[in-house]
Write a protein that binds this ligand. Structure first.
Ligand code: CMC
Length: 433
């Protein structure tokens, strides 16, 4: 890790006090004022809901330049990785910091492939859920429950156990997501096949049935793999920060990843892919778009265009650019050109990109806008969109969690607050209130 310390200082003056704060310099991105000693030296806190100006950790994994629309995993641009690499290689890169050589790649693939089955008793655990449970609800429960099935990889202070937990989760997450899907549609679980690559195996577990052979279309497997790669990590977003916060207490890795999945489910985060496609269906026809665009602009209406906007990207979302190309390829391959949802999506994208409100607020289609279109074309129901995001992001969460455990500056996460409630007052007996 590069040292971020510099000789630069920021001086904060208030109420006759002066506090000098060190300035740290990242590899890329703006300087960071180190406020760790601020409370001790100045007796003040900072207030930053949503962490819009606050770095919560040092990290070497992922970098985003929101103005340039740049996303790097360990320094490598996302479009190069999505175009030339593959998800397993990207997993290795995120977890260990460098691209693998051939032998490392083969050994890593072998380990992932040999851990794809879940404990047979977990099948019973799945069956405890209602048939109509959302697969994300099932995933939160099942991944959390892994700590009850794999006791030998829950000790966060043991490096080997951390490593085994990481491999287990990357390997088993497609199996768990596919099982959640199969259960929701009343079909039998399909066991993983170790002769298939990661993406093909996932498609097979989702779409094959014992009654007839299932042919995996290589181009669709490649598109699936690209979706995994594009979602693999995204630095300190809400779910990753949740994983780190949960992990900061020493919670076991399965519990931390379950917490990340729960956070990802929200429509402002990973749940946006499902919400975006449902929105396109609700809009229904191209002539209804102006009505919804007007609602999105109305301050008194909570409606937002799902799949638009991003906290960090203010120019374009580089993942969306690759995803859009991939969507075109998949739709061509499947011969889908004139479906109504797609027409609404294309027209909505065109209108929003030309509309003053969206231009001024720098609201562009994000990754979730296009991923739903591809996943629907592949045959996934909308409820599976966010589970697919969760399985792709698992490696990023684990890489961040492992980094946090190894960080000498790591402390239990414990934000302060700006208390605006009642001052201390005496209890009044119920008869006198
Ligand atoms: N539709 C209409 N207006 C919007 C939208 C939208 N999708 N997004 C932001 N705005 C407006 C918002 O009303 C606000 O206006 P004003 O300044 O007048 O109050 C301004 O743009 C800034 O919005 P914000 O809520 O302060 O921005 P944020 O950085 O807190 O939120 C966001 C980012 C992604 C949560 C938000 O853009 C949003 O809710 N988008 C829709 C959900 C979505 O697509 N989420 C997926 C994000 S990418 C994948 C992922 O992270 O999982």
């Amino acid at each position: 890790m590069r040292m971020a310390e510099t000789d630069k200082k920021a001086t904060l003056q208030f109420e006759g006090k002066t506090v000098e704060l060190p300035i740290m310099s990242p590899t890329a991105g703006p300087d960071v004022i180190d406020i760790r000693k601020l409370y001790a030296q100045g007796d003040v806190f900072t207030y930053d809901p949503g962490f819009t100006s606050t770095a919560s950790c040092e990290s070497t994994i992922t970098f985003i330049d929101g103005d340039k629309g740049e996303l790097l995993y360990r320094g490598y641009p996302i479009d190069q990785l999505a175009g030339q690499s593959n998800y397993i290689e990207v997993c290795y890169l995120l977890l260990y910091g460098e691209l693998p050589d051939k032998a490392q790649f083969e050994e890593f693939s072998y380990r992932i492939t040999r851990h794809t089955m879940v404990h047979e008793q977990m099948h019973n655990f799945f069956r405890g859920f209602r048939r109509d449970a959302h697969p994300m609800a099932t995933m939160v429960g099942v991944v959390g429950a892994m700590s009850a099935f794999y006791h030998d990889s829950t000790d966060v202070n043991d490096e080997w156990q951390r490593e085994v937990a990481a491999i287990r989760m990357v390997a088993k997450m497609p199996t768990i997501a596919a099982m959640a899907y199969k259960y929701s549609v009343g079909q039998p679980f399909v066991y993983p096949r170790n002769d298939l690559d990661y993406a093909s195996n996932f498609l097979n577990m989702c779409f094959s049935v014992p009654a007839e052979p299932y042919k995996i279309e290589p181009a669709l497997a490649r598109a699936m793999d690209r979706i995994f790669t594009l979602h693999a990590d995204h630095e300190q977003n809400a779910s990753t920060s949740t994983v780190r916060l949960a992990g900061s207490s020493g919670a076991n890795p399965f519990a931390c990843i379950a917490a990340g999945i729960a956070c990802l489910w929200g429509p402002a985060h990973g749940g946006a892919n499902q919400a975006a496609l449902e929105m396109l269906r609700t809009i229904g026809t191209v002539d209804k778009i102006p009505e919804y665009v007007a609602r999105a602009k109305d301050k008194n209406d909570p409606f937002r265009l799902m799949g638009f906007g991003h906290r960090v990207y203010k120019n374009f979302d580089p993942r969306a650019k690759v995803m859009k190309e991939s969507a075109d390829e998949v739709l061509d391959l499947l011969g889908i050109h004139n479906n109504e949802t797609l027409k609404v999506a294309k027209e909505l994208e065109r209108i929003a990109l030309e509309d003053e409100y969206f231009i001024e607020k720098k609201l562009y289609p994000n990754v979730d806008f296009y991923s739903g279109i591809i996943l629907e074309a592949m045959g996934f129901p909308t409820a599976m969109f966010t589970p697919i995001f969760a399985l792709s992001r698992t490696v990023g969460w684990i890489a961040q969690w492992k980094e946090m455990i190894g960080d000498k500056n790591q402390k239990i996460g414990r934000p302060r607050q700006l208390y605006v409630g009642e001052a201390a007052r005496d209890y009044v007996d119920i008869a006198k209130r």
